[in-house]
Design a protein around this ligand. Sequence first.
Ligand code: NAD
Length: 281
Amino acid sequence: MILIDGKKEAANLRLELKKEVLALKAKYNKVPGLTVILIGDLAPSQIYVRNKEKSAKEVGLKSEVIKYPSNVEEKTILNKIDELNKDDTVSGILVQLPLPKHIDKKKVIETIIPEKDVDGFHPVNVGNLSSGYESSVPCTPLGCYLLIKKMEPNLSGKKAVVVGRSNLNGKPMTQLLLKENCTVTITHSKTKDLKEECLKGDIVVAAVGIPELVKGDWIKKDAIVIDVGINKIDKGIVGDVAFDEVSKIAKAITPVPGGVGPMTIACLLKNTVECFKRSQR
Ligand code: NAD
């Protein structure tokens, strides 16, 4: 069994990006810029944003975090996004989710211009991805995709099963696998026999949010298993896959932590660099 080392792959990706940023600086005399808007003081959001800022600086991006209290007016956020949309030094804008209840997530996502939407959440980017055109791709599924491709460069004709249909993970994951000519099944909370569906997968991606949902006898021998879940339980942090059981069956599996998580932030940096490059064409 191969333990897919997301930490190592993310470090490799950051190193590649660092070199690319240096080359872009030499060519254009400026570097890609990432601006993160953080609203409120939720501890996990603060940690994510701090990690994003640290990683952005490490690869040489211009990085800025703009903080607002949780009672900030929606209008203030939308105006700030408008300002950043017009700012040439900003290549990518990210508004950290979740948002306070009084702020409309859809409005916020749609105010960021698609060209600077490093999260890949804007309907234009979602549409471009599903049409097979160039687009920003949500960071977590992009990270999963890069890990899968590392394990299996030719995915054509493989059977892939995605568990979970969120806009953040399951749906874009499905599109990325389709683009690689996989035969994709997308499953969700109303799927009749999840075990039976999972057993068909040469590749299984679990993005559900239920601790250790995917069991050892749900996985075909030699499958590649990608665990997106991050669940806090008494024994610590676990994924959506029962790691001890599944790792005995699968060809390769991502651990939690240390699998998909580190790739997510590295892919955010990648998306920022890609947005910058497209803006220079
Ligand atoms: P979500 O709640 O938006 O979506 C969960 C999906 O799972 C839904 O589509 C639902 O239909 C499906 N589902 C629920 N119960 C199910 C069941 N019993 N059987 C089959 N499907 C079921 O969640 P999300 O935002 O996609 O996140 C999923 C998990 O991934 C969470 O644990 C989250 O913390 C984690 N996550 C990790 C990263 C990372 O960087 N590793 C990033 C984002 C989210």
